[in-house]
Design a protein around this ligand. Sequence first.
Ligand SMILES: [Mn+2]
Length: 402
Amino acid sequence: MKIAILSDLHMGYDRFYEDSFNQAEEALTKAAEMADVIIIPGDIFDFREPKTEVIARAFRIFLKIKYMKQWDARVKEILRYDGAKQRMMTDVPIIAISGTHERLAVGKENAVDLLSLAGLVANANESYVIVEKGSERLSVFGIGGVSEELFAEKIKEFNPKPIENAFNVFIFHQSLIELIPHNDKFARMDDLPKGFDLYIDGHIHSRVEKSYNGKPFLIPGSTVITQLKENEQESKGFYIFNTDSKSYSFNYINSRKFVILKYRLNKDYNIRDLRYSIADSINKLTLSDTPIILIKIEGDGSKAEIASLLKEIENLYSNRAYLTSDIDDLNDTSLQESINKVREGKVDGLTVKERALSMIDNGLSSKGYNIDVRALIEMLSADDDKDSIVKRVISYLDNNLA
Ligand SMILES: [Mn+2]
């Protein structure tokens, strides 16, 4: 059997709304043309409670896929983890679980349950979906996205096992320590159930190819860009896995291009050179397909000056690209320099203390008060008992505020 693996369609994603549907539809259509079975490990929708319009568009796409061909492979039965037979709403082998974006409280039906009730997908959540094509058998067990710290427990609870005389697939929607280190909430790869022939994970939006106990472990990444991270610059698509040869290939879809342009400035940078160099890089890109461009500026520079340059560039290209910028890692030298000057007494030749005192002086005299702040500070810092200091200060203020 040929299995198409695609994930994280994020239908209805606000920022690239049309892309989310178009790219999902293209991936699903090509997948259906090429494969006997489609597996989607979570995040079909971008929301827990998608709007009616988003649900309707998703239904139309899945209806088209369901009826676009004669499916030779068919779902034969769905068994819950404890063996209980589940009601089947379709025998078309488009198999899905819910992801973190669709997750609702335990017992509440989510948006993927809705697709499953409508007979548009077979729900593998906590269940074995058994597919047959001639004499070939496939079993797909899934665990929908849960809080990271619960995942290992869930695996123990459901205790998924390979089924005899079948090609066994385990699908889930989580991070793992081996993929994103330094978070002890994540499960480890070793927590995954043993003995399956293929492991498929969603959740992570860029492609990952690994192996677990000698068996392939695949993450297809998302079909639409959502995070603007470095590893999202690769083209989107889906896997086709062949259960006979155990080989797989990645197939691209027409996804919107995403490019990160990075600049590292030193404090002697020249704003004109920077403007020229950014414009030059943008002009070298193909702008006819309206790419997403993230301009990232690091190093030392004036945040205000650079932000206004970026605003200007964004306006200039607003019809030809989705421009966005990131100056979070820029060390703001305009601020740093004024702090240093004040510290070194380079402003009006005054030290910080003198400068503060003269500011207070000026403030008070502009309001008509005739108070010698230096004298007041001396009184307050006198090596004397508290009561006499307070008395002295009050009498000074009485005499001078009259
Ligand atoms: Mn996702």
